[in-house]
Design a protein around this ligand. Structure first.
Ligand SMILES: Cc1cc2nc3c(=O)[nH]c(=O)nc-3n(C[C@H](O)[C@H](O)[C@H](O)COP(=O)(O)OP(=O)(O)OC[C@H]3O[C@@H](n4cnc5c(N)ncnc54)[C@H](O)[C@@H]3O)c2cc1C
Length: 426
């Protein structure tokens, strides 16, 4: 069978939120892009993931004019509740830092972006197999894959953006002698449920007690999302509905206070906790964005928001690189462009054997990683504040209570939480 070849300026591996947002924003700047994705659109649309959007993420959806329903179907949260041993404290984001977050599920964010990309005639291949990326250390990188109809295809590009999620294959194209993998795992996981019930509370409740962590979240008027801390090896089927709700209620406190709204559980999942950062996020003609470059534990609600922050940093740098490349081609006709071996526009420091990484893409990596590490710190800190450790004893629990009081009992502590949770200012 002959391979079908197309050519764009930017080839994107992974059609999740990071990949689709990158494609759309590049198109807004007159840069051609194509996306490939291993899953079907329907599968992604029906997979529950993140739910909390920082204001900057919402603004990106609105500014990109993708027809997002975030303002009509989403819910603005001006604060959140922290609960320790049944005692609740509200953190008022608006009063403290003048920003809100929005509850709008990731699968709806994805659906808005995918619909916009398709409506605008963007090239996308769903349900591909055999993805391979070639030549990221050359001036002519290429993606090859088999499409859903079994046709072998190839996308030639000037740059590849790897937005292929936490199990990224693109990341491994950065040679080991150039790449540092920062990684830790945690001794616990989240047991997540979706249940058919009205909201228990208007805002999220992050709760801790001697039993560990629980999170009361929302989805819509009839379906709710809740989590509690569990062992990473937990079999989701080993917990009955009553046991799940009784446990979450016990973490919230049974005396007065918040009473859970219960209903049939329609999904149970166990979500392991990991922190990972790939440094650098660019190499040769490859840039990574979103979970492909870093993952955080979900406690700080940072994963999806970091993916969007990467895209904010990446798109202007890609535009700069493509603009230089076009000018170089017009002038010399070589097509090697910025980052070509021996040309200007690069910085020293590459130890890979091929083409140098363009300066604009190096700058992207540095800018994005600064924010990633701030988010890693907040996610790590919030995770340890709110979870029971395996070696927990009365001292460690009481010490964490002291840390909790230092946050909730001081306007400065509250402001730290609010500033970090709502996503700092860019
Ligand atoms: C249960 C859960 C709860 C979460 N809760 C939150 C939260 O509350 N707040 C928050 O901010 N974040 C949360 N996150 C994290 C958030 O979902 C991710 O950070 C977000 O999905 C990152 O987007 P992305 O586009 O980088 O990656 P993804 O959404 O993972 O998209 C990557 C895409 O690449 C595709 N792909 C992979 N390999 C290939 C290949 N070889 N070829 C082609 N395509 C490929 C995948 O199918 C996938 O669709 C949660 C995650 C989970 C799992």
């Amino acid at each position: 069978m002959t391979e079908h070849r197309t050519r764009v300026e930017v080839g994107i591996v992974g059609g999740g939120p990071a990949g689709l947002m990158t494609a759309l924003l590049l198109k807004r700047r007159g840069i051609s892009a194509a996306v490939i994705e291993t899953r079907t659109k329907d599968t992604i649309h029906h997979t529950q993931r993140a739910g909390i959007l920082e204001a900057a993420t919402v603004n990106m959806l609105l500014d990109a004019e993708v027809g997002s329903r975030v303002l009509t179907s989403g819910h603005e949260h001006e604060g959140t509740v922290l609960s320790f041993d049944g005692e609740q404290h509200r953190i008022d984001f608006q009063a403290l830092v003048g920003r809100s977050v929005w509850l709008y599920p990731q699968n709806e964010v994805f659906f808005d972006l995918a619909n916009a990309w398709e409506r605008e005639g963007g090239e996308i291949h769903w349900a591909v197999t055999d993805t391979q990326v070639h030549g990221v250390e050359t001036a002519a990188p290429r993606i090859s894959f088999t499409d859903a109809a079994g046709q072998e295809r190839s996308i030639e590009a000037d740059l590849i953006v790897g937005t292929d999620g936490s199990r990224s294959m693109c990341r491994k194209l950065i040679p080991e002698q150039v790449r540092t993998d920062h990684f830790i795992s945690y001794p616990f996981a989240w047991f997540g449920i979706l249940c058919e019930a009205p909201p228990t509370a208007p805002e999220l409740i992050y709760a801790n007690s001697e039993l560990g962590f629980a999170l009361i979240s929302q989805r819509n008027e009839t379906v709710q999302r809740m989590y509690f801390q569990c062992d990473p090896d937990t079999d989701p089927q080993s917990w009955s509905e009553d046991a799940i709700f009784d446990h979450i209620q016990a973490v919230l406190g049974t005396e007065g206070g918040v009473q859970l709204k219960r209903g049939p559980i329609i999904e149970k999942t166990v979500l392991p906790f990991r922190s990972y950062v790939c440094d650098p996020l660019s190499h040769g003609r490859l840039a990574l964005a979103g979970d492909a470059g870093h993952t955080v534990p979900p406690t700080g609600a940072k994963g999806l928001n970091l993916a969007f922050a990467d895209v904010r940093a990446l798109v202007p740098c890609v535009e700069e690189f493509i603009t230089e490349l076009r000018a170089d081609r017009a002038e010399t006709g070589t097509g090697t462009g910025p980052g070509g071996t021996g040309t200007g526009g690069t910085e020293s420091g590459d130890t890979g054997s091929g083409i140098e990484t363009p300066a604009a893409l190096r700058r992207y990596s540095r800018t994005a990683l600064d924010r990633v590490w701030k988010a890693q710190n907040f996610s790590y800190w919030a995770t340890n504040l709110l979870h029971r450790q395996p070696e927990e004893n009365p001292f460690t629990h009481r010490r964490r209570r002291g840390e909790f009081d230092a946050i909730t009992g001081s306007v400065y502590g509250q402001a730290y939480f609010a500033d970090s949770y709502t996503g700092w200012s860019d």
